[in-house]
Design a protein around this ligand. Sequence first.
Ligand SMILES: NC(=O)c1ccc[n+]([C@@H]2O[C@H](COP(=O)([O-])OP(=O)(O)OC[C@H]3O[C@@H](n4cnc5c(N)ncnc54)[C@H](OP(=O)(O)O)[C@@H]3O)[C@@H](O)[C@H]2O)c1
Length: 211
Amino acid sequence: MTKVLEPVVAMMIAMDRNKLVGRGGQMPWHIPGEMAYFKSVTMGKPIIMGRKTYDSIGRPLPGRPNIVATRNSDWTADCVHVATGLDDALTKATIPKALIKQGHRDILRLSDARMPGTPYGACVLHLAPESYIGGPLALLKTGDIIRLDLPARKLDMLVDEEEMTRCRAAWTPPAPRFARGWGWMYSRHVTQADKGCDFDFLEPDFGKTAG
Ligand SMILES: NC(=O)c1ccc[n+]([C@@H]2O[C@H](COP(=O)([O-])OP(=O)(O)OC[C@H]3O[C@@H](n4cnc5c(N)ncnc54)[C@H](OP(=O)(O)O)[C@@H]3O)[C@@H](O)[C@H]2O)c1
């Protein structure tokens, strides 16, 4: 079932008496203190803007997840979330209202991959070993509880050992995606995130012959 998101959104706009908001791709005026005010209101919150506004700023706004809407699927920018439309942007910016009503302000996300840009909220990325080779995420099931202990820098799956052993025994590796070429070399030789995601054959000891 698709979850309906009801985000809490605020819109900020500055306009002159004639409802002018921009000119030539830039702000039509420079009012001392205006940007500082904008910063104080938006700091720490996800911020959604159109691609042209982003271009007029020319860099991600610091301290805020930047979400940029564009219809151009090739468009990217460092440290920016790209959204294909308003719904996508809102999904990337918020969590379901039902959870907000329960007092939650965040969802912990775990991934063995990376996330482009600066995602809103708590996330732990680059979990290793990755699920593709049977790492912990491959053994998780819906409803399993995970505990994140930040001071101890510890992440625990609260699943009993017997169950974990059963899951480990039942796990089967996915079919390899590549039989040759770059994909094959990458899957075979790039190390896990905790080892630096580098080619193993670049390590000094790789392939050393005896004597
Ligand atoms: N006064 C203010 O408060 C204020 C605030 C912000 C900006 N501005 C000014 O406003 C001007 C820019 O505003 P603008 O309205 O021309 O541009 P904008 O809304 O910042 O950007 C328009 C672009 O956003 C993308 N976009 C818009 N709607 C979309 C949708 N539904 N789905 C996917 N992508 C979507 C498209 O990008 P693609 O072309 O890449 O597909 C579109 O060309 C600048 O002059 C800026 O300085 C003023």
